[in-house]
Design a protein around this ligand. Structure first.
Ligand code: LLP
Length: 410
């Protein structure tokens, strides 16, 4: 979203017109930003055989998935339903990876039936996988690299006490199972966390993978996970992609020489591809002056964007209705029946009732983590593609609130 004169625009469209047409609260995604981010990643790693698998948990709308598909990237799915959505959007099974965590084995079997590639993150699953599929279906294993990296503690997942991945100390057990059932391990995977700024964390993770990889002769790829840092606040540092690309590619090429074969380098970014593309537009219901704080109460809340309350995440807020208004200090809060601060102590151009506010960088883990809490409808979603704003999800209605509920006849 850009300020052009006195107007905030997305691809030349006045955002107020978009909000007028589709109503608020509204998630709007800019397809150009998604494509730009994909291309940034591709060009940072253009000297190695790169495969990008979009971690679609960040934004699963099927039209966004289809856009990704047209850009020649794949999908990382965390559930069979995500994999099915990707298939529906036009992905081939071979371009989808199922990276589950602690699921019932029937889900893995279902994914194998769909033909998607499988990532296993615990020993009991590996044993069942071996018993049932032997050497007929290859699989990747997720390792726990023992690295603490990532933004908020809740999104650090590569450390010793994390539930994710097979601990390095259990590698002998992996080998026992591989030998016993003749399992073909075609890939190694780590995902250390989200919002990782320090490129060293990626290099450290890579070194763990390169060391372990020497023990597995049938690899086709190494998957370095996701977690690149995006900027939420003005002046925030972000992952320096060209720098990381250069360092990691050099290390990878060196490794492949040692390994004796060129492998594919995989990444599964979520935020990096879709955080910046998304804006959540909300309307100021009223401005409430109190002796200590001026609140802007908006027609949304933690039900639509949980990141501020869940991770203390900062989303920049802009009053798109009054770009020239005098700067004043506000707490922007939702309408939910518990504390749901979207931003506190924010300097905004003067807010009046009915003004539209934009919460920036809301494309990743925004809509996908939304809920119907307080029996509120989830927002509509719009994709701006080639200068046109297209509805890609209708706003929910009372029918959606009642769907699947059963009124007993007492
Ligand atoms: N790969 C795996 C196995 C993952 O679990 C995740 C994210 C990703 C890739 C993508 O990570 P990203 O590039 O988006 O950082 N809801 C939190 C983030 C949770 C991430 C969960 N896994 C948030 O809003 O900050």
């Amino acid at each position: 979203m850009q300020l052009s004169g006195q107007q905030y625009q997305i691809q030349g469209l006045n955002v107020l017109d978009i909000c007028q047409q589709f109503g608020t609260p509204l998630y709007v995604y800019d397809a150009d930003v998604i494509i730009r981010q994909i291309n940034n990643l591709k060009s940072a790693f253009n000297t190695v055989p790169l495969r990008i698998k979009f971690a679609c948990k960040a934004l699963t709308n099927i039209s966004v998935l289809k856009l990704m598909q047209t850009q020649g990237i794949g999908i990382d799915a965390v559930s069979v339903a995500e994999a099915r959505q990707a298939l529906l959007a036009g992905f081939k099974p071979k371009d989808i990876t199922f990276t589950s965590n602690g699921v019932d084995f029937s889900e893995i079997q279902e994914a194998v039936e769909l033909g998607v590639s499988i990532n296993v993150d615990n020993l009991p699953t590996l044993e069942l996988f071996g018993k049932i599929f032997g050497n007929t279906v290859p699989c990747c294993i997720r390792l726990k690299p023992n690295i603490r990296a990532g933004g908020n503690a809740k999104i650090q997942v590569g450390h010793e006490h994390s539930k994710f991945g097979i601990p390095l100390a259990q590698l002998p057990d992996v080998h026992t199972l591989v030998t016993k059932y003749n399992i073909v391990i075609n890939g190694l995977h780590i995902h250390t966390g989200s919002d990782i700024l320090d490129p060293e964390a990626f290099i450290q993770g890579a070194n763990v993978l390169f060391t372990v990889a020497k023990e597995f002769p049938d690899l086709a790829f190494i998957d370095f996970g996701g977690g690149f840092k995006v900027g939420y606040k003005k002046g925030d540092k972000t992952t320096n992609m060209p720098d990381l690309g250069e360092k990691l590619s050099a290390a990878f090429k060196e490794f492949c020489k040692d390994y004796g074969r060129e492998l594919e380098m995989w990444f599964e970014p979520g935020k990096y591809l879709v955080s910046e593309c998304g804006v959540l537009f909300v309307k100021a219901n009223q401005v409430k002056q109190t002796p200590s704080i001026t609140f802007v109460q908006v027609n949304s809340g933690l039900n639509h964007l949980i990141r501020p309350m869940m991770y203390d995440a900062y989303h920049e807020i802009v009053n798109v209705s009054n770009p020239a208004g005098e700067l004043k200090t506000y707490d922007v809060v939702g309408y939910i029946c518990e504390t749901d601060t979207l931003g506190s102590d924010r300097q905004l151009n003067e807010v009046r009732a009915d003004d539209v506010l934009a919460l920036l960088n809301a494309g990743a883990y925004g809509f996908t983590m939304s809920s119907q809490y307080n029996a509120r409808f989830r927002p509509a979603e719009v994709l701006v593609y080639k200068g046109e704003a297209r509805l890609i999800r209708e706003r929910e209605t009372m029918e959606d609130i009642l769907r699947n509920q059963i009124l007993l006849d007492f």
